[in-house]
Design a protein around this ligand. Sequence first.
Ligand code: AMO
Length: 435
Amino acid sequence: TETPRVWAAELPAHPGEQVRLQGWLHRHRALKSVSFLILRDRTGLAQVVCAAPEELEAAAALSEETVLEVTGTASANPQAPGGVELTGPVIRVLSSRAEPAPFELYRPVVPATLPVILDHAPVALRHPRLRAPHEIAAASVAGFRDALDALEFTEIHTPKLVGSATESGANVFSVDYFGRRAYLAQSPQFFKQMMVGVFERVYETGPVFRAEPSDTGRHLAQYTSLDAELGFVEDHHDVMAVLRGALVGMVERVRARAGAACALLEVELPEVPERIPEIHFADAQELLAAHSGRDPRGEPDLAPVDERWLSEWAVREYGSEFLFVTGYPMAKRPFYTHAEPGRPQYSNSFDLLFRGLELVTGGQRLHRYEDYLAALAARGESAEPYAGYLQAFQHGMPPHGGFALGLERWVARLVGAENIRLATLFPRDLNRLAP
Ligand code: AMO
């Protein structure tokens, strides 16, 4: 019978056994009378020792990133990683490499600049430190699903080719659609709202597209949006409560499933407070004017520097790395936004700041057909392009609201990446469409 395959990280659990490893040659260290092959698989690294003449001969020609199968004995050695190494190896090359890697993948600190990393993403991502953020991303999405599934939300998949802009006309990509103009979806906004009329509670995780002409460390032309929308809300606070639950689910799943990635990158997972602190936009501006050294009053939005200041303030004031800013001016919010009762210049919307950055936008939406017609008219927009969307409201929609969280921003904040591109497998930006 075939020798059982074991994962690199599990080798220490098999001392004395005959086992088979499969993976990439992470590092080849040839000394005078012994060669160490460090094998990498999806779980980690394992050391293979070549000492006999035929073993040394088999190892001699092997270059890093060669794909190998190695059968041998798991032998205890306190000096080996994990205390067990593979000895007496029989090596089979599954695939040899054609090119050397663009940089040494075994260096603990990535010895390459961001452009080199991005230009060589298929190889560069094999570096454990560059791969780790994406393991955290995967666990985050799974945790998002866990939390919303537990609340009986229905997962939906909505079109990414759409007939009208959802957020603002400014940063939408247009594409030729069988001779007509179509757009890449900026968000699943209209569809998730329409589906509240069907399922009451829905969520979606998927790509969205923004033609962001600015080259920053926090904007992508394509990112992954974690969206939720629910019906029968009192106001935006019911949405914020669901968002809090989603964050708890994400943190829990990252802790449970991406522990090694977190340890490697020294990630400090945030505490999600029982009650995430909240400040109204108007109060935030007063606070900034009084204490931050900048007076943003009169501006319709918060500047990135204001977001950073408020985030630090929330840590000092409440010990919270999360802060809700509510009530953003209607003027800066999309037409579907619900105004604040009694103060119609403000909205029942919110942003969630996390570690200095806007991570989530959400709020309560209009739900009456006539309010949509009025909101579009007030913005000088025709209702005609929105006819499909507006059907939902012509046929009875409950008070509802939702939110969208930018996955790459979340991961970038967790791993402390200054540039969001390090939290994106194949970033799309102003200058990059490949690989
Ligand atoms: P908004 O446009 O604010 O809201 O986007 C929601 C969240 O998505 C992330 N984000 C981005 N991430 C990377 N690159 C970008 N270019 C980018 N733009 C936005 C941010 C942001 O908080 N429909 C509403 C949401 C809702 O109300 O449900 C929307 O799309 O983390």
